[in-house]
Design a protein around this ligand. Structure first.
Ligand SMILES: [Fe+2]
Length: 102
């Protein structure tokens, strides 16, 4: 359960990144599906987190960072799309723009 939860948390970010890259690659029609997959992975992460937290050893195991609220998946995508991001910028720069835009 613990490993699955950590994996699901990474999957959320990977689908968010894939949605941004799809738009940059000129295939915006894939963005909505990829964001939906990010939301599904968010649900999975919540399930595994809830299972880990009720385990008798939960207090002894450091939890992975919780994801932002589910609505932030699409909100941050919209902010990224509104931002003027140069086509050759890195994903780290894109995420920095996401954070600076609130
Ligand atoms: Fe999953």
């Amino acid at each position: 359960m613990y490993g699955a939860g950590r994996l699901e948390r990474r999957n959320v970010v990977e689908y968010e990144t894939a949605a941004r890259l799809a738009v940059r690659a000129g295939r915006p029609e894939f963005a909505d599906c990829l964001l939906t997959m990010a939301e599904v992975e968010w649900d999975h992460e919540q399930y595994f987190r809830s299972r880990v937290l009720v385990h008798c050893l939960a207090a002894r195991v450091p939890m992975w960072p919780a994801p932002p609220p589910k609505g932030e998946i699409r909100a941050s995508f919209e902010r990224a799309m509104r931002a003027r991001v140069p086509a050759d910028s890195t994903m780290e720069q894109t995420h920095a723009l996401d954070l600076s835009n609130g």
